[in-house]
Design a protein around this ligand. Structure first.
Ligand SMILES: Cc1ncc(COP(=O)(O)O)c(C=O)c1O
Length: 412
């Protein structure tokens, strides 16, 4: 029989101690992150955080269930309260005023973006994408037969950058075959936060080549100062009118299991295509998913502030741990997200880095899952306690110390 993890007692948001994680509690969690690779390994792969559900969300869900009505909610015809809440929150946090009536609920962000591609782009048209990329984007491209026009990341002295001059040339060469830009801002896995100037350039190219912009902004709440998030649709009405913005509370508030997200359909043609579909084709989000999202967005502000401060400490801690025990690993501290894109190529390992680390008890995401540029890389999830992060890097260091090097490896 599966062991139920005992939930730590909810505490007021201001008192949350993100370092107080019990390893036995983590190992007993029933979700994919800690179960998939067995109890003897430390899990730092899929983008779930190790922290308990935010107390305001737990309290809201308890209240909702205790109220005794899990029947049809009264918002199915006109839309959930998330439509207005999303618009208010965007205005308050990001100085963008989207239209509540253009918001639609979806079960998750990837479902939303697949629907948009399906409804608005032809098979065999190209989708522009910054690479390396979140793996479901790559699966979407191949299974939906929308090949990628790639915008590859480059490592510069100041971090990760993308060559948008080259993108302009590639778009021109594509001769109208590229129909959409799938933007991920902040970017997973590099943690790059696109600046206003970068977004202006992308918006100008979208306008010039009549691209639909599908902007996945799911990590927007997890940005570290001095970087700050700019929704691309906030730039001006012209780009807003060709953009679909997708987001949810699931990354920032650790709610991936509630299956609830929103799509803001800024583009009129997309709204018409969407409304022409039978309603139940998209599925309907659950009342519990909507309530969890509402509680996170309305009541989770203090918890989120404390979380971002903790994650900021962890991204620095990771830098010092790597510098001390694995200095050959290339690490650019992300400007956002709790994901670190680690370059292990200089170690010249004989086997793929993620298998070396996994066999040493540290499960990270394999770099090649993020595209061909990911060979020699791994993605590390640092949304955990300092103690677990220290143990993880210690396991990585001993795995690397024991691992065979390539036959043609050169010494520095
Ligand atoms: C960029 C990005 N988009 C979407 C998702 C997944 O969102 P959902 O579960 O709502 O599809 C993730 C999860 O890690 C992500 O990093």
């Amino acid at each position: 029989m599966a062991v139920e993890p005992a939930s730590p007692a909810p505490s007021p948001a201001a008192e949350v101690d993100f370092d107080a994680l019990d390893l036995a509690w983590l190992q007993a969690k029933p979700g994919a992150k800690w179960q998939r690779h067995g109890p003897d390994r430390l899990a730092a792969w899929v983008a779930d955080m190790d922290f308990p559900t935010p107390p305001p969300v737990v309290a809201a869900l308890h209240r909702f269930v205790d109220a005794g009505d899990l029947g049809y909610p009264d918002w199915l015809a006109a839309g959930s309260p998330l439509r207005a809440l999303f618009a208010e929150r965007m205005a308050a946090r990001f100085d963008w005023s989207p239209e509540p009536q253009h918001v639609r609920e979806v079960c998750d962000v990837v479902q939303g973006l697949q629907w948009i591609l399906h409804l608005t782009t032809p098979v065999d048209s190209l989708v522009a994408l910054h690479l390396p990329a979140y793996p479901p984007f790559l699966d979407t491209s191949s299974t939906m037969a929308r090949p990628i026009l790639s915008i590859p990341a480059e490592r510069t002295a100041s971090g990760w950058a993308f060559d948008h001059d080259r993108f302009a040339t590639d778009l021109a060469a594509a001769g109208g075959r590229c129909r959409a830009l799938l933007l991920c801002n902040p970017q997973n896995p590099t943690g790059h936060v696109f600046t206003g100037a970068e977004l202006e350039r992308l918006a100008a190219l979208a306008d010039e080549h009549d691209l639909l912009v599908i902007s996945d902004e799911i990590h927007a709440d997890l940005v570290y100062r001095p970087a700050h998030h700019v929704p691309i649709a906030a730039l001006d009405p012209a780009i807003a009118a060709r953009t679909v913005t997708l987001t949810s509370a699931t990354k920032a508030f650790n709610l991936a299991g509630v299956r609830c997200a929103v799509a803001h359909l800024g583009a009129e043609a997309v709204r018409h295509a969407w409304e022409a579909q039978p309603r139940h084709l998209f599925g309907v989000v659950s009342s519990l998913g909507v309530e969890a999202t509402r509680a996170a967005w309305e009541d989770g502000g203090d918890w989120l502030d404390a979380l971002v401060a903790h994650l900021d400490r962890n991204r620095r801690l990771l830098g010092s741990l790597l510098a001390a025990s694995l200095p050959e690993i290339g690490y650019v501290p992300p400007e956002a997200t709790y994901l670190a894109w680690l370059d292990m190529r200089a170690l010249q390992l004989a086997d793929p880095p993620h298998t070396v680390l996994r066999d040493g008890g540290a499960v990270l995401s394999p770099g090649p899952d993020f595209g061909p540029q990911g060979v020699g890389f791994v993605r590390l999830n640092f949304a955990t306690s300092a103690a677990v992060l220290e143990a993880l890097v210690a396991r990585m260091a001993s795995a690397v110390a024991r691992a065979p090097r390539r036959a043609d490896a050169t010494t520095a």
